[in-house]
Design a protein around this ligand. Structure first.
Ligand SMILES: [Cu+2]
Length: 183
C-alpha cells in the first residue's frame, strides 16, 4: 500500500480543521484597521485622474495587507473599503463636506489645514474661521492628496463582497471603483 507523503497528510489535516473555522459572511463586516508586522504583504495602488491602477485586488480571507496609496493625479482621491451600499452612503457625506467647504477637489480647505497645524485661538489670523466643520474620519477610508503617498493597513474579514472606491463627487460614477477578490 502506498503511503501518503507526510506533507500532503499535514496539509489535509490543516484543511479539515480549518474549514469549520471559516466565518459566515456577514453583510456589514468590512474588516478593520490594523498594525503592520514585518510579514505584512504590501500592495501598491496608484491613483490618477480618474483611475486606480488595479480593477481587482486579490486578498486572502483574514489577511492583513499594507496598502501603499500613491496619488499621481492632480485631484484628491480616496481609498474606501466597503460595499456598494456603504460607499453610496459615504458619497452623500462627501458631497456635504464639499458643499460646506471642508473639502476641496485638491484637498482639505486651507482653514482646516491651518487649524490642524497650528491649533485654534488668539493666534488665528483673519480669514481663518474658528469653527472646524465636519471632518472626514472613517475607519475604512483614507484621503490621499495629489502628489502624496499614504499607507493604510487593513485586516480583511473571512468572507464578503468588498470594494475599494473613491467617493469624491463624480469619481465613483466615472469608474473609480474596483473589487477585492477574497480567496
Ligand atoms: Cu477620486
Amino acid at each position: 500500500m502506498k503511503r501518503l507523503p507526510l506533507k500532503l497528510l499535514i496539509s489535509t489535516l490543516f484543511i479539515s480543521t480549518a474549514i469549520p473555522a471559516i466565518a459566515e459572511p456577514s453583510g456589514s463586516d468590512f474588516g478593520q484597521q490594523a498594525k503592520a508586522t514585518p510579514a505584512t504583504r504590501t500592495i501598491l495602488v496608484k491613483m490618477d485622474d480618474i483611475n486606480y491602477s488595479q480593477k481587482t485586488i486579490n486578498v486572502k480571507p483574514g489577511e492583513t495587507v499594507r496598502f501603499v496609496l500613491k496619488n499621481e493625479g492632480a485631484l484628491m482621491h480616496e481609498f474606501n473599503i466597503g460595499q456598494a451600499a456603504s460607499q453610496l452612503a459615504h458619497q452623500r457625506k462627501m458631497a456635504a463636506l464639499f458643499k460646506d467647504g471642508t473639502l476641496t477637489p485638491t484637498g482639505m480647505a486651507e482653514s482646516i489645514v491651518w487649524h490642524e497645524r497650528y491649533g485654534t485661538g488668539d493666534s488665528n489670523p483673519p480669514g481663518y474661521p474658528e469653527v472646524i466643520k465636519a471632518k472626514h474620519e472613517d475607519a475604512n477610508a483614507i484621503l490621499v492628496e495629489p502628489g502624496t503617498t499614504k499607507e493604510f493597513v487593513w485586516t480583511f474579514p473571512q468572507a464578503g463582497a468588498l470594494n475599494f472606491a473613491c467617493t469624491l463627487p463624480g469619481h465613483y460614477q466615472a469608474g473609480m471603483v474596483g473589487d477585492f477578490a477574497l480567496r
